[in-house]
Design a protein around this ligand. Structure first.
Ligand code: PMV
Length: 313
């Protein structure tokens, strides 16, 4: 049996603005992972299965927009080969879906990695190629993804990312001091595509206003990169707070997100913000060894349905 995995991710700075060409910073969550396995069956057709969701289907029968079929097709197109029979492809994931933690891109990356090994091309599938193929799949689901999710998940390192066509500008970052984050889940699911589409409608209606918000987020991401690399955790926290305020103005926060962000700050977090598309999903709080327990307690009291820990760096 072949198995491959890929991590979830958080966005430290710049969500939404990154779709409009401003920089963003993202980091993998190494211990929350999606996993893909491939077992040869020798049978005609391919069985696609997602045991967590209780779903099984044959590749030949599913709609081309089926997420797993779309990944198989993207790899087939790249390698000009057929991957349409002889195995079972199974996916499981510890990453909550529709929560801003990159579950879709993580599944794509895990499946692409497993298919590469299955074809005996594990080495040829570089991180750049895996990311580019996952981006093709993201485009099918999200319309106008920036590409930050597939990049940080395929590279598995903190990244500074700017969308450019045809290739994004990517810089892999090493934090000067590790960041200790708590991730608080509102338990409210929110589809990235809907939120991104709504921001686009608002931007089209008032582009001057929205461009000025995106510019502010871009400046925060630039300053965030310097603070992260310098290991200036206090500055990182302040910039996270600023970024959240701009995301509120962008209308992508929500009462449960704001409540968790306020609770984390009350508990002593250096900074807190929503992470990902917003209107639900997760927020992140920058803590220290001294404040971690108090912040976790406040998050739980404020209604976080799950709290994860994640170190960056
Ligand atoms: O998939 P999410 O919810 O983490 O959102 C991705 C970040 C956005 O900037 C909102 C969209 C994008 O394509 O970059």
């Amino acid at each position: 049996m072949i198995a491959a995995t890929a991590p979830g991710k958080i966005i430290l700075f710049g969500e939404h603005a990154v779709v409009y060409g401003r920089p963003a910073l993202a980091a993998p969550i190494h211990h929350l992972r999606a996993r893909a396995t491939i077992e040869e069956t020798g049978a005609p057709d391919v069985t696609l299965t997602a045991p967590d969701l209780n779903r099984t289907a044959l590749l030949s029968n599913v709609n081309p927009h089926n997420p797993l079929a779309a990944i198989v097709r993207a790899v087939e197109k790249h390698c000009h080969c057929s991957l349409s029979d002889g195995y079972t492809l199974s996916v499981t994931s510890a990453i909550p879906i529709a929560s801003g933690l990159g579950s879709g891109a993580a599944i794509s990356v895990a499946v692409i990695r497993a298919l590469a090994v299955y074809m005996g091309q594990g080495e040829a599938f570089t991180r750049e190629l895996v990311s580019a193929l996952a981006y093709e799949v993201e485009r099918l689901h999200h319309g106008t993804p920036s590409g930050v999710d597939n990049t940080v998940i395929a590279f598995e390192q903190p990244v500074y990312f700017v969308r450019h066509d045809p290739q994004p500008a990517i810089e892999l970052l090493t934090p000067g001091r590790p960041l200790r984050l708590l991730i608080g889940d509102t338990g409210v699911r929110s589809a990235t595509k809907d939120v991104v589409g709504d921001v686009r409608r608002q931007w089209a209606a008032d582009s001057r206003h929205f461009d000025s918000i995106f510019d502010a987020c871009g400046r925060i991401a630039e300053a965030g990169r310097s603070a992260l690399v310098a290991g200036d955790l206090a500055a990182v926290g302040t910039l996270m707070n600023d970024n959240h305020d701009w995301l509120v103005r962008m209308t992508v926060s929500s009462a449960p997100l704001d409540k968790l962000v306020a609770a984390a700050r009350d508990g002593g977090a250096l900074g807190a913000k929503l992470s990902g598309a917003g209107r639900g999903g997760n927020m992140i709080a920058l803590v220290t060894g001294e404040t971690e327990a108090a912040v976790a307690e406040r998050l739980a009291a404020a209604g976080a349905v799950r709290i994860y820990k994640s170190d960056v760096g």
